[in-house]
Design a protein around this ligand. Structure first.
Ligand code: NAP
Length: 459
């Protein structure tokens, strides 16, 4: 069977790829098991060289990668180039981590029964990592799994999104070109419910590293069995704007954070809470900047907002806007669908907490701007959700910033900017239903290794 990969802008077929069967997955896992045993014997220096070379090749072939990313994901060509730049760094960071897989000595004799005992612990690879990735960052989110997993001497079975498999296939070729020994990385293509679930429940996969929606993550937790699962899920990220903030600058940043990739970013600004005294001024600064955004073909240089990934995604977002209107929200700008996969960049205000656009992950080009009074009230509003990935706050007051750091139930607090910020070395991941575990190569290698304790009896 073939899977058609389509350009979300016009639905044209870019390529056809062979769909993998469950038998293919089983066969690949047996190959990877053998490949990993050999790969484990490779020195950390040799792993460093391979991953560093991959980083260099990504830089060299930036044009090809960014073109493929933009074409299959619908993100703009400018955004695709930025993604390649980040993946160059993610592989470089992973290369560096391959030299730092360390253990430490344990003071066994610190308890009475430890007398005459000494030793240490080491980190060993888990074996095969099953990596399952979403459509919105087809290169860098794959890099965040494959890079650290290979750095820690594992084999990887990768299942990219069926919407964006071409970038993953290109990356596989690049890794092998960089000298990765054969049979250490496999890419299988097929639906999450079928092939994805088969990988998740397979006994020989020791870690599932998943990035995607909460809906899929919940299914994964039910079928994984006894294995480690890392979940990087969604959010409805919030940003607090205090009345001492520079309104023009903040409005610019909210536009960056709210409409990049047509809002299809896990840390996209979805909910903005503005201190009531500056609400009108903030809205007046925001709307013209939203109006200036140019929607269109993602391959054109001056496009700011490309298409959404599918008509289904567009229809869902429109229905949530309608639901919010029915519950008393007001559309300040936009709110209408255009063509099959576009929605006007939209600003909504006065949305009730019970609306889907407040409680769920919207994943579209819509920002809700509501007002608040007092930092405690703002923190409560941000926390009023099952998600907890990142939050941002604009303030010049250190006490207010400290209250936000303490009170916000999120995996990352950004002071002085939008929550839509991820530097690739940082520990990245969510609290509550936004996920389990942390990515960032230095943190991920811990997730992709097991600790083995060594005890010497020295009577
Ligand atoms: P998705 O529909 O959940 O799919 C993600 C991946 O999981 C795809 O490869 C999908 O396969 C697979 N999958 C679906 N159901 C599965 C199952 N039952 N078992 C195993 N695998 C399964 O997400 P998406 O629409 O591609 O991406 C958007 C979501 O990803 C948003 O929720 C966003 O917030 C989240 N995300 C999170 C982060 C983060 O770092 N926290 C980063 C980016 C995106 P197929 O689609 O091919 O069927």
């Amino acid at each position: 069977m073939k899977i058609l990969v389509k350009n979300p802008y016009n639905g044209s077929v870019i390529s056809e790829v062979k769909a993998s069967t469950k038998d293919d997955v089983d066969r690949e896992i047996q190959i990877l098991k053998k490949g990993q045993k050999k790969y484990q014997g490779l020195s950390s220096y040799k792993r460093f060289v391979i991953l560093k070379k991959t980083s260099d090749l990504l830089r060299e072939h930036k044009k090809k990668f960014s073109h493929t990313i933009a074409l299959e994901s619908g993100k703009t060509i400018k955004e695709a180039r930025a993604e390649v730049d980040r993946a160059v760094q993610t592989f470089l960071l992973s290369a560096e981590e391959s030299k730092r897989i360390k253990g430490e000595t344990i003071p066994y004799d610190s308890v009475p029964e430890g007398e005459k005992k000494s030793g240490f612990y080491i980190r060993v690879p888990v074996g095969i990592v099953g990596a399952i990735t979403p459509f919105n960052f087809p290169l860098n989110l794959v890099a965040h799994k494959v890079g650290p997993a290979l750095a820690a001497s594992n084999a990887v079975l990768l299942k990219p999104s069926t919407k964006t498999p071409l970038t993953a296939l290109l990356l596989k070729d690049t890794l092998y070109k960089a000298g990765l020994p054969g049979d250490v990385l496999s890419v299988v293509i097929g639906s999450g419910e079928d092939i994805g679930n088969h990988i998740v429940s397979h006994k020989d996969i020791r870690v599932i590293s998943f990035t995607g929606s909460l809906n899929a993550a919940e299914k994964i937790t039910k079928s994984a069995g006894i294995k480690r699962i890392l979940l990087e899920c969604g959010s409805n990220s919030a940003c607090i704007i205090m009345d001492d903030a520079d309104i023009e600058h903040v409005a610019e940043r909210i536009v960056r954070g709210g409409y990049a990739l047509a809002g299809q970013v896990c840390i996209s600004v979805q909910r903005v809470f503005v201190e009531e005294g500056i609400m009108d001024d903030f809205v007046s600064a925001l709307i013209p900047k939203v109006k200036d955004l140019k929607m269109g073909n993602q391959m054109e240089e001056d496009t700011d907002i490309g298409p959404m990934i599918s008509k289904g995604a567009r229809d869902r977002v429109i229905s949530w806007i309608e639901e919010a209107k029915d519950r008393g929200a007001r559309v300040l700008y936009g709110g209408r669908p255009i063509d099959d996969t576009f929605i006007e960049p939209t600003v909504i205000t006065n949305a009730d907490e019970s609306c889907k656009i407040m409680g769920e992950e919207l994943f579209g080009p819509v920002v809700v701007v509501n007002k608040f009074s007092g930092i405690e009230n703002a923190i409560n509003k941000v926390n009023h959700t099952k998600y907890g990935l990142q939050a941002g706050i604009f303030t010049n007051n250190l006490d207010v910033a400290l209250s936000a750091i303490e009170g916000l139930e999120v995996g990352g607090v950004v002071i002085g900017d939008v929550p839509t910020y991820r530097a690739d070395p940082m520990p990245y991941g969510g609290m509550k239903y936004s996920g389990l575990g942390r990515e960032g190569p230095g943190f991920a290698v811990e997730e992709y290794t097991e600790i083995k304790a060594v005890v010497f009896n020295t009577p």
